[in-house]
Design a protein around this ligand. Structure first.
Ligand SMILES: [Zn+2]
Length: 226
C-alpha cells in the first residue's frame, strides 16, 4: 500500500473532498462514486485516497458502482473504502442503505481496508450491522460530533473516530490516541488549524498528534493487509 512518504507534509487529513490547501497538509482525498467516477480517482492514483458510495447518492446501477469500487480498492494507493453509511435524512430507505453498507463492508474486508463510516441518527442500525462482521472490519466513524457517552460506546465496540472542525471537546479528549484521526471533510480550512486546536485540548503538541495520526494510518494498513 502507498502511504505518505516521510518527506511529505506532516498533518494527515484523513477525509477530505479536495486536495491539500496548505503545504503542511497530507490529504487522503475522498471520491464519491459514481458521482466522481473511477476515472477521477485514478487520476490521483499514486497519492493516498478513499472511495465509496455515499448514502445520499445511491446510484440506480449499484452493481456497476460496486464493481468500479472493487477495482479502485485494488489500487495500491487506496487506503480506505467509504464513506459508506446510514443516514436517516437521506432519501433512500434504511433497507437499501443497510444493503449497500453491507456490500461495501464486505469489499473493505476483502481488500484489507478500513471502512469510513458516515452515520446520521442511525447508531442502532450501525451497531447491529457492525455485529454481522468479523473483527477484521475496522470502521472509522468520520466527522464524529457525538457526545462522550456515544463516543465511549463506539470505542468499546472497536470503532475508531475521526474528528472534523465541529466536535464535542470531551469526546475528542477521551478518544485513545491510537484510534483517532482528524479531517476537514467539506471544510476549506487547512487541517493544520484543527491539529492545533485538538492538540491544545489533548495536552500535547500538534506535531506529536500529527505523528500519532500518521502512525495510526500505517498501523491500520499493517494490521489489515496481512
Ligand atoms: Zn465526506
Amino acid at each position: 500500500m502507498i502511504l505518505f512518504p516521510d518527506s511529505m507534509p506532516v498533518f494527515l487529513n484523513f477525509h477530505a473532498h479536495r486536495a491539500a490547501v496548505s503545504p503542511a497538509e497530507a490529504v487522503v482525498r475522498n471520491f464519491v462514486l459514481p458521482q466522481q467516477g473511477p476515472g477521477e480517482a485514478e487520476k490521483v492514483a499514486g497519492s493516498p485516497f478513499s472511495a465509496g458510495i455515499h448514502p445520499w447518492y445511491i446510484p440506480a446501477r449499484t452493481d456497476e458502482a460496486l464493481a468500479d469500487l472493487d477495482r479502485l480498492a485494488s489500487c495500491p494507493s487506496c487506503v480506505a473504502i467509504g464513506e459508506a453509511g446510514l443516514d436517516k435524512l437521506a432519501s433512500a430507505s434504511m433497507d437499501v442503505q443497510c444493503g449497500l453498507f453491507r456490500r461495501q463492508a464486505l469489499l473493505a474486508v476483502a481488500h484489507g481496508l478500513p471502512l469510513v463510516v458516515h452515520c446520521v441518527r442511525a447508531w442502532g442500525e450501525l451497531l447491529a450491522l457492525r455485529r454481522e462482521f468479523p473483527q477484521e472490519l475496522v470502521c472509522v466513524v468520520h466527522g464524529f460530533r457525538g457526545k462522550p457517552e456515544l463516543a465511549r460506546s463506539l470505542l468499546d465496540k472497536g470503532f475508531w473516530l475521526s474528528f472534523g472542525f465541529r466536535f464535542h471537546p470531551q469526546s475528542l479528549t477521551l478518544c485513545p490516541p491510537d484510534r483517532l484521526f482528524l479531517e476537514t471533510d467539506e471544510d476549506p480550512r487547512p487541517v493544520d488549524e484543527l491539529y492545533r486546536t485538538a492538540a491544545a485540548l489533548r495536552g500535547c503538541s500538534p506535531e506529536d498528534l500529527a505523528t500519532q495520526c500518521r502512525e495510526n494510518l500505517a498501523n491500520l494498513a499493517r494490521k489489515l493487509k496481512k
